[in-house]
Structures are given as structure tokens and as C-alpha cells.
Write a protein that binds this ligand. Structure first.
Ligand code: DQA
Length: 145
């Protein structure tokens, strides 16, 4: 079973970037925990600060993988292309935001992704990624059997 984790712009700076909002740990530290949390799941991780690269990666994994965990970061609020890419692919996508976007600026309440994703998790910190993976594995029949 293959799960892709895709992070958008500025998420390469997790742990350094606005720690009061996004926490103190790097994404690499989170990735290290995954094999023991989800044995048997093969993970790929892709991060880009460039919108088109995120679209290309969604297309690459979107017909073959079991699930995609996507944090489009600021492109959530602006990118019709990323929303269209999610609609175009076959693999289910769970949208994740570390912060509670509904408790911040007005522009963060708009998402071009949420309506195309299976579901959205926001405001639960890095734990949101773990919960998204859990759901993707479960819906593929990999848990509770
Ligand atoms: C974010 C929320 C976005 O509004 C913001 O632009 C980000 C990160 C989050 O994970 O909370 O870069 O997606």
C-alpha cells in the first residue's frame, strides 16, 4: 500500500517558521515516526514551493497510489489548478492544515481544495497528518481486519 504526502510552499521551514502557529518540529522528524506507526505502508514525501510542481506530483501519484495526504499551504486559498488536479485523479486526497485556518485571517477560510478532497483536517497540528493517513489506510481495508 502506497501513501503519498505532499506539502506546499513554506512547509520546508516547519520547525523554524512561525513556531507559535506551526510548532517546533521539522517535517523530517514527523516522517521518521511513520514506519513504526504504519508498518507495511510505503510512504513517499514531496514538498515544493512551486504550484505547477505540486500539480505534476498529484498527477504522478494520482492513479497508482492508495491515498494522498495534501497540505497545499497558501495555494489552498488561490489555486484552481490544484483543485482541478484533485478532481482529475483517481486516488483519494485528504486535505490537511496544521493550523485552524478558520480561526485566522478571512482569506484562509477560502479553499479551492476542500470541495475536491474526500475530507479536511485542520487545526490539530502535525497529528492531522497522522489521522489522515489512518483514514486512508482504513478506507483501503488495511485496518480493523
Ligand atoms: C497551512 C495554512 C495556510 O493558510 C498557510 O498558508 C500555510 C500552512 C497550515 O498547514 O496550517 O502555509 O496550510
Amino acid at each position: 500500500m502506497k501513501i503519498a504526502i505532499i506539502n506546499g510552499p513554506n512547509l520546508n521551514l516547519l520547525g523554524i517558521r512561525e513556531p507559535g502557529i506551526y510548532g517546533n518540529s521539522s517535517f523530517e522528524a514527523f516522517l521518521e515516526k511513520l514506519p513504526s506507526l504504519f508498518p507495511g505502508v510505503e510512504f513517499t514525501y514531496f514538498q515544493s514551493n512551486i504550484e505547477g510542481e505540486l500539480v505534476t506530483e498529484l498527477q504522478r501519484v494520482g492513479f497508482e497510489y492508495t491515498g494522498i495526504v495534501l497540505n497545499p499551504a497558501a495555494y489552498t486559498h488561490t489555486s484552481v489548478a490544484i483543485g482541478d488536479a484533485i478532481a482529475a485523479i483517481a486516488t483519494p486526497v485528504v486535505e490537511v492544515h496544521i493550523s485552524n485556518v478558520h480561526a485566522r485571517e478571512e482569506f484562509r477560510k477560502i479553499s479551492h481544495v476542500s470541495a475536491k478532497a474526500k475530507g479536511t483536517i485542520c487545526g490539530l497540528g502535525m497529528k492531522g497528518y497522522e489521522l489522515a493517513i489512518h483514514w486512508l489506510v482504513a478506507q483501503a481495508g488495511g485496518l480493523y481486519q
